[in-house]
Design a protein. Sequence first.
Length: 292
Amino acid sequence: MPRTPPARLQCTLRTVADVHGRGYWSGRDNRVELHPAAVGSGIVFVRGDLAPPASVPAVVGAVVEARNRTQIVRGPASVHLIEHVMSALAGLGVDNCRVVVSAEELPGMDGSSRDFVAAIDRAGIVEQDAAVDPITVSETVRVGDAVSWIEAGPPRCPGLSIEYLLDYGPGPIGRQRLDIDITPAAYRSELCSARTFISTDDADRLRAAGLGATVSPEDLVVFSAEGPIGTELRWPDECVRHKVLDAIGDLALAGRPLHAHVRAFRSGHALNAGLVRELVARDATRWFGRTA
């Protein structure tokens, strides 16, 4: 039987905080406002630049295929590169928030989620008058293949834990592993400063397609065959830490806290979303237990 985590109350922000930055691929400026939200509303993005403003709920049913990022769509509104702000909110235990944006692409900042963590800290976190209703995994479910996969099994701790193996073979990134229980303290100290990474070959392909013209080593970690260009790694295993950061944001698309031990091998946004779809579907048919 899965361990039943202690009940906690839903949380939102005490007040509004904002973040300003530029989209990696579009180069467009974006002002992101994080607002308090009502009990049970979840995370909802609002395209404030549209007339009238349009909302997109941050749930897996709104996810569409997008390369190297997570994108959600509803009606005329699309929002992408949402994984870092989603990760910060989930990592710090914020259940309900309106994320008002002034452009389609969220700002990349320095490639990590720490600017969003700082904004949440400025706003403050408050408890609300209803308990969370998590999805508690009771049997292991895997998606993927031998090349890359992700699975969720019964929780080993109260909440979410993630064990991630990254193996890029010979080269500067190589083989990295991280196994961590996701708590606000661990998220702040071990994950939120881990940056997005990309190879020089991928960067060249994106620029040839007219994307990322303004991106520099100040915005993410660019790897040549010899190692990172123009920056020093914040941890020797910064790449796998960022993969866990991304996974936390993608798993939050379940729309409810996930209580599970998640294991992954070279998974990315598409596989992460695929696992969430499977978990949500199984929960809806009572294959998985629900606790409050």
